[in-house]
Design a protein around this ligand. Sequence first.
Ligand code: PMP
Length: 412
Amino acid sequence: MDKGLNESRKDFPILDQQVNGEPLVYLDNAATTQKPNQVLTAILNYYQADNANVHRGVHTLAERATDRYEAARDKVAAFINAASRKSIVYTRSTTEALNWVAASFGNLVVNEGDEIVISQLEHHSNIVPWQQVAQKRHATLKYIDLTKDGELDMASAKRQITDKTKIVSIAHAANVMGVVNPIKELAAIAHQHGAYMIADGAQAVPHMKVDVQDLDVDFYAFSGHKMLAPTGIGVLYGKQDLLEMMPPAQFGGEMIDFVHHQDASWTQLPWKFEAGTPNISGAIGLASAIDYLNQLGMANVQAYEREIVAYTLPKLLSIDGLTLYGPSDPNKHTGVMAFNLAGLHPHDVATGLDMEGVAVRAGHHCAQPLMDYLNVTATARASFYFYNTFAEADKLVEAITAVKEFFADGIS
Ligand code: PMP
């Protein structure tokens, strides 16, 4: 299969362009994915035909906009197998979802002397909000270590999660190490100790079938823009009883039941959390993205990514001087592949690759504690999605070799 899954590339006109005189090879999908025509058309169609503010209006357009916005919520609920649409709260992003859980739920349940457990491979958006809770509540923030291969060390997890733990919050799929973490197992351990389990699904939901009930997570966060939808729309899933308990993070229109001069009461779930005019077109774009992914089938998306990783990873590992972060076994590695080249700064590597038309990311990937743990300041990172081809994987490998040679010539 050399054309990307189901020849889907034709739906992504952005991929059909030249960069620096070379065909674009877009391998920065962990940062954000491209958007298919179907999603762009759904958003355009909404603005051309149905645009109005939601919930408040009784006129026809307002009803249509509300219906589309709420139908999108049902689609999200089904996509992650939530038990109820009331469990699906729209947010701006994973970052906002995790901030809301930390500030509203974390501050409610974490008390002095309690512990919050995260891991060494987290993104800043699953670290900094918990630091804030720990500081405010005089709690301790603890880290689960990684194995030599870069996987979560479950022996360390069992040591760190204790009866003092109130919150365990872990990435479902890692944005640098390219591993999938055993969230179901972690949730069981957390629950045995009376703690709540939160998962950061930003790198998981776009790439595999996620079933929040099967995982038995208490909260789960993800972003639309990493799964074909526009920026500015994300999701916080929460178990209904916990969302009932959790105070709103923002206040204003739409989220109230009744406002008196001195106080107010909140409306029901999920609107209690959605203050102000929401990102209506974003939700509609997200629903269209879910339709697109459902049509491909998440099992097919995952299987194709596995194939392309199995093809690419050994080639990367055979490049002299290349250090891969995360497992070298392709069966354990997702389409996120972080690496460094001996003697070269990852920014130079990424700039060199861009000259070859290959778009990868370089930097700390919002994971500075992980960089510290790995004893590096930064890495380059190539990240694949279902529309990437095997020919593009070859181009990545060729371009890395060309960059190495360019700098070797320049230095010698
Ligand atoms: N968590 C992980 C694992 C991520 O990869 C990202 C995005 N790089 C985020 C959280 C934050 O996502 P967003 O910027 O969409 O809020």
